[in-house]
Design a protein around this ligand. Sequence first.
Ligand code: AMP
Length: 112
Amino acid sequence: MSGCLFCSIIAGDIPSEKVYEDDAVYAFRDISPQAPVHILVIPKEHIESAARVTKDNSACVARCFEAIALLGEKLGLGDYRVVSNCGARAGQSVFHLHFHVLAGRDMAWPPG
Ligand code: AMP
C-alpha cells in the first residue's frame, strides 16, 4: 500500500536487515531493538492490524507463525516472546500488521 513503511520495506524501497522471506512473509531486524534479538515478522499482504484479520485474510497470519517457528530454530532463539501491538494506545506505531519476536533476555510479565 502506498505510504506504508512496511510495504516499502517489502518492496525494497527502504533498506532492511532481512532474516527471512517467502511468498507470503517478510522478516527483518527491528531498527530500535528492545531485546538482544528483536525481529519483526510481517505478512506481505497489507493488513492494518490484528483487528483487521478476517476469515478471508487470516492464512497469512498462520504463515507468519510458521516463519516464527522456523526462525526460532534457525537462529537458535531459545525462549522468545511474540507481541503484536494493536492500536495506538497499545503501542502500535506502524499500521501494517506485524509480530515482534523478542529473545535473548528474561521477559517481565505483565509488560508495561
Ligand atoms: P509498533 O510500535 O508495535 O507498531 O512496532 C513498529 C516497530 O517498527 C518499532 O519497534 C520500530 O522500532 C520498528 N521500525 C520502524 N521503522 C523501522 C525500519 N525502517 N526498519 C526496521 N524497524 C523499524
